[in-house]
Design a protein around this ligand. Sequence first.
Ligand code: 5RP
Length: 222
Amino acid sequence: MSQMKKDCGYAAADLVKDSQVLGLGTGSTTLYFIEKVGMRVRDEGIEVMGVPTSFQSRLLARKWNIPLTDLSEHEIDLAVDGADEIDPDFNLIKGGGAAHTLEKIVDYSAKELVIIADESKLVDVLGAFPLPIEIIPASLNPVTKALEDMGGKVEVRMGQAKDGPVITDNGNFILDIAFGQIDNPIPMEDELNTIPGVVENGLFTEMVDKVIIGSKDGVKYL
Ligand code: 5RP
């Protein structure tokens, strides 16, 4: 699995051109993208800047001496990000790493968005992976009720090696919602964000330009 993640992450890094501003996604796949961009900075002397989507990608970029910037300073030429599920229309579920709010801001604003993932992330219909939703902590009860009224089974994401709920990089909670099959992700993405207290949901629709899949048979460009 990690070889497939590495293959697609490295393939995406080979698309990077000198002088580009890069959106740096979060997760165990984008880790390899950032690593290879760092190697190209070191070995080829390419000059790029990164806009991190999390503390994880910020720390990785620093480790690899990739200069950082933000959306108040630069527009993003190319964002590269991972996904938890990818449907045939390139709609996504993201947020397995609780970073989807900043990821969506960065990915949406990029001139080009490339998604990298191992082949296990390709699905016919979204929804087997519970949908992550970042919420303001004080809104937990009313948001839970609203999501249950929409047919969701709601779990507060709990920390690993941390007591109590996961706290996002933005100081919020994550709810993981089992809706079952998500047949209409485009209107659902908008509808979920109308619930007061919801900061951002993990549906990413109509924004992906290219998908690079790491598979047992090598890298596939979709
Ligand atoms: C983080 C994300 C990740 O991109 C997504 O969870 C995929 O992660 P991985 O590459 O580790 O499978 O959305 O919030």
